[in-house]
Design a protein around this ligand. Structure first.
Ligand code: SAM
Length: 280
């Protein structure tokens, strides 16, 4: 059967390299190249950008990114068994694919990529939230990336885009929505993957804003949301009492009722409170 790039179908590649999926590495592979090309298109125009892909596995999404015209793709894969099939893709796209066998948690992306950088990945579930938090929580803003196009378990995607009052609303929503615009752009059933996971998945597209939505000191906002959502069912005057001795006055000055709870507080209110706490 003809493929988008003339390379063998992924089922053939996996069989040829004996790539049985390993649960410990979060390996649920996408084998439909039309689907991986569609995911690659969610990142927008790839032609003028370098792309970082974490966890390429046998290279389904990598092939989608290259076929859709990415200037360069850097793939970072922990599993040595995936390197030979990735080398075969590199042979078909000389100069456009760099392969690193490494743990993505140890990577310094700017040592390998030139801006503008897009991050597009079907993330392993075991490190997905950790990587997203690091990319959203960079000390400098705007960050090194222009946008993130990431596949997560549906439940994690919902936590990223959640609004106050929703049970999924928490620190991840505040972090993602403070300096970026996240939205869910695709949903995938378990059958889209080999082997199928137990849950549905979703692709989230996150665009970095030039400036944060509301002013606040990043470290203080981090401390406030950590304390507030750490005890999300408590009233804020109780969950935040360790942040300042006069927390009730500070909450009122920020326009927040001390009896309110974290899950009902808007992003704007969290930022006002972070400013109020940084004042001392
Ligand atoms: N991109 C492929 C696809 O869509 O078919 C594979 C996605 S699979 C969900 C996640 C991939 O991440 C696996 O290939 C796994 O080996 C790799 N991986 C797991 N932990 C990793 C880590 N810490 N650093 C880099 N790659 C990792």
């Amino acid at each position: 059967m003809a493929t988008i790039d003339g390379l063998p179908p992924l089922g053939t590649v996996i069989a040829a390299h004996g790539l049985s999926a390993r649960k410990a590495l979060g390996q649920n592979f996408l084998l439909d190249l039309n689907l991986t090309a569609k995911i690659a298109r969610q990142a927008g125009d790839l032609a003028g950008s370098d792309v970082l892909e974490v966890g390429p596995g046998p290279g389904g999404l990598t092939r989608g990114l290259l076929a859709e015209g990415a200037r360069r793709v850097l793939v970072v894969e922990k599993d040595a068994r995936c390197i030979p099939p990735l080398e075969e893709i590199r042979a078909a796209y000389p100069d456009r694919l760099e392969i690193l066998r490494a743990d993505a948690l140890d990577l310094d992306p700017l040592a390998h990529l030139s801006p503008p950088v897009l991050i597009v990945s079907n993330l392993p579930y075991n490190v997905g939230t950790e990587l997203l938090t690091r990319w959203l929580d960079t000390p400098d803003w705007p960050p090194f990336w222009t946008s993130l196009t990431l596949m997560f378990q549906r439940e994690v995607a919902e936590r990223i885009v959640a609004v106050p009052g929703n049970k999924a609303y928490g620190r991840l929503a505040v972090l993602a929505q403070w300096r970026s615009d996240p939205r869910i752009v695709m949903e995938l059933p378990p059958e889209a993957f080999t082997p199928p996971p137990k849950v549905r998945s979703a692709v989230v597209h996150v665009t970095a804003r030039a400036v944060p939505r509301y002013p606040a000191d990043a470290r203080t906002l981090f401390r406030v949301t950590k304390a507030a959502f750490g005890q999300r069912r408590k009233m804020l005057r109780a969950s935040l009492k360790g942040l300042a001795p006069d927390i009730e006055d500070r909450l009122r000055t920020a326009g927040i009722a001390p009896t309110d709870r974290a899950e009902r507080l808007s992003l704007e209110a969290f930022c006002a409170l972070a400013r109020e706490i940084s004042r001392s």
